[in-house]
Design a protein around this ligand. Sequence first.
Ligand SMILES: C[S@@+](CC[C@H](N)C(=O)[O-])C[C@H]1O[C@@H](n2cnc3c(N)ncnc32)[C@H](O)[C@@H]1O
Length: 182
Amino acid sequence: MSAPIASVPLADPSSLFLAYEEEIRTCARLGPLTDLACGRGRHALRAAEWGLPVIGLDRNREFLTELGRQSETGNRALHCLRADLESAPCLPLAPASCGVVLVFRFLFRALAPHIEELLAPGGLLLYETFLRTQNGSSGGPRNPAFRLALGELPSLFPGLETLEYQESSHEGWARLAARKPG
Ligand SMILES: C[S@@+](CC[C@H](N)C(=O)[O-])C[C@H]1O[C@@H](n2cnc3c(N)ncnc32)[C@H](O)[C@@H]1O
């Protein structure tokens, strides 16, 4: 018999996610919000609490089990999907089916065209992850291959319109809000 899974307190949602709440709510009318590499669901759960249809995708079975349990408790419209984002074909979701795509603290460059494809016309992408300049003090992968170069993030999405791009070489993060043309 497996041991019960202990609940781990969720980290706070990113300030980028919170700043785009209104836009997220609007775009979720185009299709569900999909949180790629959702982890324990700090964004997926919050979006589901807002009453939005949410898909949380990750390869970690334990995270998804806990996320599913929490969403059932709150009777939220959160669907958990287990998949490996680094294997082809990448996304087990229909093209143009998602109103909002979130990617936080995950980078697999070959996924970028599939993310563009996944968004419905008019859909919103919020992407935030680590820069190579980061000194390692605030976490993130050690392998530089899994960190962005300065200015790289918007260039991964040539088919999207950048709404906002910020990066902090000092703190080691980059943040992008972008829209798929309607
Ligand atoms: C640093 S956590 C970020 C979690 C969440 N996005 C957040 O910001 O709180 C990275 C997540 O990526 C997931 N992950 C890593 N490689 C993956 C892959 N190939 N396919 C799907 N998920 C993956 C891990 O299981 C983990 O949950």
